[in-house]
Design a protein around this ligand. Structure first.
Ligand code: PEP
Ligand code: MG
Length: 833
């Protein structure tokens, strides 16, 4: 790795720049400073001996880049070179780049393993971002680096992608993109189609930064060269999977997609929009968030002011972490991820740097500097075209406000109601939503807001009936006058001062809905037994330990699918056996003795592990995915199996293998598992053995050969998400193919019938664990076909149990028989009201 030496007259300056660089690179970068003069380096000046020592400290085969602040620093550095023995002077480059920007650019590039030439070029080009930001009348293309010039001229292949990362292509994902594309020889350029900036070379961090790629921006990646196609494929995969960032609101199964065309128009603010179902009514209470007065004065002590800002940011982060814990317990890990995004927003180096710069260069006080830096980012989001992206501005404002409150020592007003009723507000932040008293707040109406805003997601998760974008419904309304409000969160309807008889009707509907849900929940612990005494096992699909409680509360009789990907994704290195063991034990210990089916790692396809070297694939969903990937990475697989077998010791734990396509696959995993068992046995490590092993039926070949597979597997679990995609050759994440993605298609049902028949020959249990199991119509047909267990999302368990209890198996069998003879999924759906 190229070493970096920062030479400055001021020790304080060098230390700060060093800290800035380290915040981007972490501890791996070879970085040294030589700054200040005198015994304790407190005097302004430079010292040739110290510079020589710093060079030697970071010197390696790749060389050293020396950045100097000004004037005599250059002279001292040249003297330092003379002090070194001649052979040691090779590969030491003095660079005329700007000190701070150059340090960051060269540090990040060196940390990626770039050559001395590349590191130097990056440092020299590092002013571009600032020039573009401050002189935006000058197009970015006018400040192209030599690399940009060279690559922009090349013809070649192009793809368009949408960047979905919460903070766009900020430093971390950009650095990862550069690192991962380094191995391709093709010239690759990136252009931001959303703001018409670029093209610039993908090799340059600072050039990429000038594109200002924000969340939702469309980018065009062009490549020319012998490996252009492979490079573009790899880039598409990386961008779609978030380049190491957690993509916002990704659901369990669906993959983020390359955009084929402009997104469908969204409903605009022409009327109230539904966000959280349920009927609510009561007196309306208008709430207004108090305005925060931001003090503005000259900072008397710069260091102290920076310290205040950093302390406030750290405290705000701690607060967000605590809130995330609390909300995880209330609304589950997936919904609480909103806080993760806020934490990331708070850590955005650009935000912090801008605020610190304001304090340092303009002597702004911390609150004013922070407010300005935050508002700059907020307004960037507010001006975006896409309503979804615009809604993110509220989140950033929320984060900013939390830091400001700490700086000015004032708590934001929380929307508390003096009596039970409907809360009306302009908008609410996620934090305000999380503090709502659910006993008092019967429903929420936001005059602004948006259906996909994080506060809306939380309202939904908390089960508070809510509508947003209701301004028009309240035009001319005086909120100081008493007001009765009713709302239906399923349809987005809002009624002002409704007539008594209509209110009575709403009341009846609300009562019916509530009674049904309560009844279903009350009986959710009971088995799901049909009218003619046939019992269907109802299990839950879970993603990690935080889902277990909700699963058991909803009446799950076990976990039918633990997706273990949570242990492997979003990390730099593979989890150790011990880490996996502890995570699995945490789940198993909460299971109250109920069965836990652990599915082995299912990555590949749309889910990449950054720490696994993988060849680029033409069709990742048909490639080295799931069990294929595990069998090709024996140590990874053996480590997971050891952890699972150890966690299962003395417990009802079963193992399930995803994506089994052939009997050979099954033989290989069985053999592999036995070998892992023998190793553990030899080392006297307590573990579960024998262990029940099942396979997921997700590929038509496995369904067709179910009878053969049933000789080896103890149980089958049909993954209808994948089985439907592979049967109908329709990518499950492609929004243009939704009409093909119905598991009730007769072709899929025929395969399920084959699985049931094959399993029966060897007395094996058949479950369904795909999303379709939580659809009451599909569940009915599956049970009619002979499926004995359904594993589904916890929230739907009480309802599915209740639906099955109202049916007889003989009726469901007739229904399934008719379904098999239908021509289309729509016909199957029409069989039940
Ligand atoms: C399925 O394919 O139906 C399934 C449950 O697996 P996943 O959604 O995790 O691919
Ligand atoms: Mg699957």
């Amino acid at each position: 790795m190229v070493g970096i030496v920062l030479v400055s007259h001021s020790r304080a300056l060098a230390l700060s720049v060093q800290e800035l660089v380290r915040s981007m690179t972490g501890p791996t970068l070879k970085l040294a400073i030589a700054a200040g003069a005198g015994d304790d380096h407190k005097e302004l000046g430079t010292d040739a001996v110290e510079i020589a020592e710093a060079i030697l400290a970071v010197r390696g085969e790749e060389g050293v880049l020396v950045l100097m602040d000004m004037g005599s620093a250059i002279l001292s550095s040249e003297t330092a070179l003379d002090l070194l023995e001649v052979p040691l002077r090779a590969n030491i480059r003095f660079c005329a780049a700007p000190f701070v920007e150059g340090a960051v650019a060269s540090g990040v590039t060196a940390n990626l393993g770039a050559s001395l030439d590349e590191v130097c070029a990056e440092a020299l080009a590092s002013l571009k971002q600032k020039q573009v930001a401050l002189h935006s009348d000058q197009p970015a293309g006018e400040t192209k680096s030599p690399q940009d010039e060279k690559s922009a001229a090349q013809p070649g292949e192009k793809i368009q992608l949408t960047v979905r990362n919460a903070h766009g292509l900020h430093a971390r994902p950009a650095a990862r993109l550069i690192a991962e594309t380094r191995r391709f020889h093709s010239e690759i350029t990136v252009r931001n189609l959303s703001n018409q900036r670029g093209p610039v070379s993908i090799r340059s961090l600072s050039s990429l930064a000038t594109l200002e790629i924000l969340q939702g921006n469309e980018i065009e990646v062009a490549a020319s060269g012998d490996d252009a196609s492979a490079a573009l494929k790899q880039i598409a995969q990386m961008v779609e999977s978030g380049l190491g960032d957690t993509l916002p609101s990704e659901t369990n199964g669906a993959a983020p997609r390359r955009k084929a065309k402009a997104s469908a128009p969204r409903k605009t603010n022409s009327g109230p929009m539904p966000v959280s179902s349920g009927i609510a009514f009561g007196p309306g209470h208008y709430f207004q968030t108090a305005k925060l007065e931001i003090p503005q004065h000259k900072a008397s002590d710069i260091a102290e002011e920076i310290d205040r800002l950093q302390t406030a940011a750290t405290r705000a982060q701690k607060g967000l972490e605590a809130r995330r814990e609390q909300m995880t317990a209330t609304v589950g890990a997936a919904n609480a991820e909103i806080y993760e995004a806020q934490i990331l927003a708070l850590q955005d180096p650009e935000l912090i740097e801008n605020a610190v710069r304001g304090i340092k260069t303009e002597q702004l006080n911390a609150a004013a500097a922070w407010n300005r830096a935050n508002q700059q980012i907020v307004s960037r989001y507010e001006t975006l075209q896409d309503p979804y992206l615009r809604e993110r501005a509220a989140d950033l404002e929320d984060v900013g406000r939390q830091v400001l409150e700490l700086l000015v020592d004032k708590k934001s007003s929380t929307p508390a109601l003096t009596e039970r009723g409907i809360l009306i507000a302009e908008s609410l932040t996620p934090n305000q939503v999380s503090t709502l008293d659910r006993k008092q707040v019967l429903g929420v109406i936001l005059l602004g807001g948006g259906p996909t805003a994080h506060s809306s997601i939380l309202l939904r998760a908390l089960g508070i009936p809510s509508v947003v974008q209701a301004r028009a419904a309240f035009s001319g309304v005086d909120f100081n006058q008493p007001l009765t409000i009713a709302l239906d969160g399923s349809t987005g309807s809002v009624w002002l001062n409704p007539a008594a008889d209509f209110l009575a009707e709403l009341q009846t509907r609300q009562a019916e809905e509530k009674t049904r849900e309560e009844e279903e929940l009350k009986h959710s612990a009971l088995p799901s037994t049909t009218l003619d005494g046939h019992q269907v096992e109802i299990f839950a699909n879970i993603g990690d330990v935080s889902d277990v409680e909700a699963a058991l509360h909803s009446g799950a009789e076990g976990v039918g699918l633990l997706r273990t990907e949570f242990l492997f994704l979003e990390r730099e290195t593979a989890p150790t056996e011990e880490e996996q063991l502890q995570a699995l034990l945490a789940i198993a210990d909460k299971m109250q003795g109920k069965p836990l089916i652990v599915r082995t790692l299912d990555v590949g396809g749309d889910k990449e592990l950054p720490y696994l070297e993988r060849a680029v694939e033409e069709n990742p969903f048909l490639g080295v995915r799931a069990i294929r990937l595990c069998l090709a990475n024996e140590e990874l697989f053996a480590t997971q199996l050891r952890a699972i077998l150890r966690a299962g010791h003395g417990r009802d734990l079963r193992i399930m293998f995803p994506m089994i396509a052939t009997c050979t696959d099954l033989d290989r995993v069985t053999e592999f598992l036995e070998k892992v068992h023998r190793d553990l046995e030899q080392k006297n490590v307590p573990h579960l053995w024998p262990v029940k092993t099942g396979i997921m039926i997700e590929i038509p070949s496995a369904a067709i050969q179910a009878e053969s597979m049933a000789r080896q597997a103890d149980f089958f679990s049909i993954g209808t998400n994948d089985l439907t995609q592979y049967t109908l050759a329709a990518d499950r994440g492609n929004p243009d193919l939704t009409s093909y993605q119905d598991a009730l298609h007769p072709a899929v049902l025929r395969l399920i019938e084959m699985v049931v028949n094959g399993a029966r020959k060897h007395d094996r249990l058949v479950a369904v664990c795909g999303e379709a199991a939580s659809d009451e119509r599909a569940a009915a047909v599956f049970v009619g076909l002979g499926v004995q267990e359904l594993s589904l999302t916890s929230a739907k368990i009480p309802h599915i149990k209740a639906c099955l209890r109202k049916q007889s198996l003989s009726h469901l069998q007739k229904l399934a028989h008719s379904a098999l003879h239908c021509h289309t999924a729509a016909e199957v759906r029409a069989l039940t009201p």
